[in-house]
Design a protein around this ligand. Structure first.
Ligand SMILES: Nc1ncnc2c1ncn2[C@@H]1O[C@H](COP(=O)(O)OP(=O)(O)OP(=O)(O)O)[C@@H](O)[C@H]1O
Ligand SMILES: [Mg+2]
Length: 273
């Protein structure tokens, strides 16, 4: 197996409930359908990405165990029920990782150092990190480890303010040399309801500020999306014909076009097998 170019992407927004986990789970599922190999890293002690991909959170099986030296990172990369998707799961103990990381020297590099060992194996096209809704150490360390950030943004009034916080953080991590190559990959508008004036106004405002950084694809508010986590399934598998699934499949295609990974472009099939 030859090495691939792995793209490490953090899905982040310090605001809660904007669709980060939904985006991680469904982007992973759609990329996997496109024959891309994906590693999801669940960095949120709530473990919603873990359960959303059909795994029960297990004490001792998260990045926390790696950070305390109890486990090797290779041993906590688990298969999911879905082909081409692996996961470093989360569980409640991960909340302790903030303190564990803070105790270590050069703590912003802690996640990156672990990730480098995963990437050396060269088996993944994409690593997708599901960040917790805070500006804590877990989120900043994962941004320090990422090539790029996808920011899901709910189409609501105060959304723009949250965005300036995250763009400032990106600038800081770049300028102080922690992660000079960090890119804002794109902004994904979520829970869009085209019938409301507010949603269309917010989208227009975000597009006028961020131009083509905003993905063309928008994710509509869709009941199938909100049902699917309780079945431990990404919506693209739970109800492949739903509007929500359609939107995430379109988003994944746009994402893969803008952020290519692996050996050859998708239309040439997989680089290796
Ligand atoms: N497009 C959508 N349509 C309907 N419901 C959605 C949509 N996207 C997300 N949801 C629902 O909204 C809630 C929040 O979504 P999600 O968990 O993905 O957000 P989050 O940003 O990861 O939240 P947190 O900050 O708590 O981690 C969930 O119940 C999810 O099922
Ligand atoms: Mg979440």
């Amino acid at each position: 197996m030859s090495a691939r170019k792995t793209r490490v992407i953090a899905i982040a927004n310090q605001k809660g409930g904007v669709g980060k986990t939904t985006t991680v789970v469904n982007l992973a599922a759609a990329l996997a359908q496109m024959k891309k190999t994906v590693l999801v890293i669940d960095l949120d002690p709530q473990a919603n990405a873990t359960s959303g991909l059909g795994l029960a959170p297990q004490p001792g099986t998260s990045l926390y165990a790696v950070l305390t030296g109890a486990q090797d990172v290779a041993d906590i990369i688990l298969p999911t029920p879905y082909e081409n998707i692996n996961i470093i799961p989360s569980e409640l103990d991960l909340a302790g990782a903030e303190i564990e990381i803070a105790r270590q020297d050069n703590h912003l590099a802690v996640v990156r150092n672990e990730l480098d060992r995963v990437l050396a194996a060269g088996v993944f096209d994409y690593v997708l990190m599901d960040c917790p809704p805070s500006l804590g150490i877990l989120m900043t360390s994962s941004l320090a480890a990422a090539d790029g950030i996808v920011v899901p943004m709910q189409c609501e009034y105060y959304a723009m303010e949250g965005l300036s916080v995250i763009t400032a953080l990106i600038g800081q991590l770049r300028d102080n040399g922690v992660n000079p190559g960090l890119e804002l990959e794109g902004i994904l508008m979520t829970m869009f309801d085209g019938r409301t004036r507010l949603a269309t106004d917010v989208v227009a405002e975000v597009r006028s500020h961020f131009g083509d950084k905003v993905y063309e694809t928008m994710i509509p508010r869709n009941v199938r999306i909100s049902e699917s986590p309780s079945f431990g399934q990404p919506v693209v598998f739970y109800d492949a014909l739903s509007k929500g699934a359609e939107a995430y499949l379109a988003f994944a295609a746009e994402f893969a076009r803008r952020t290519p990974a692996g050996g050859l472009p998708a239309e040439h099939g997989q680089a290796d097998g």
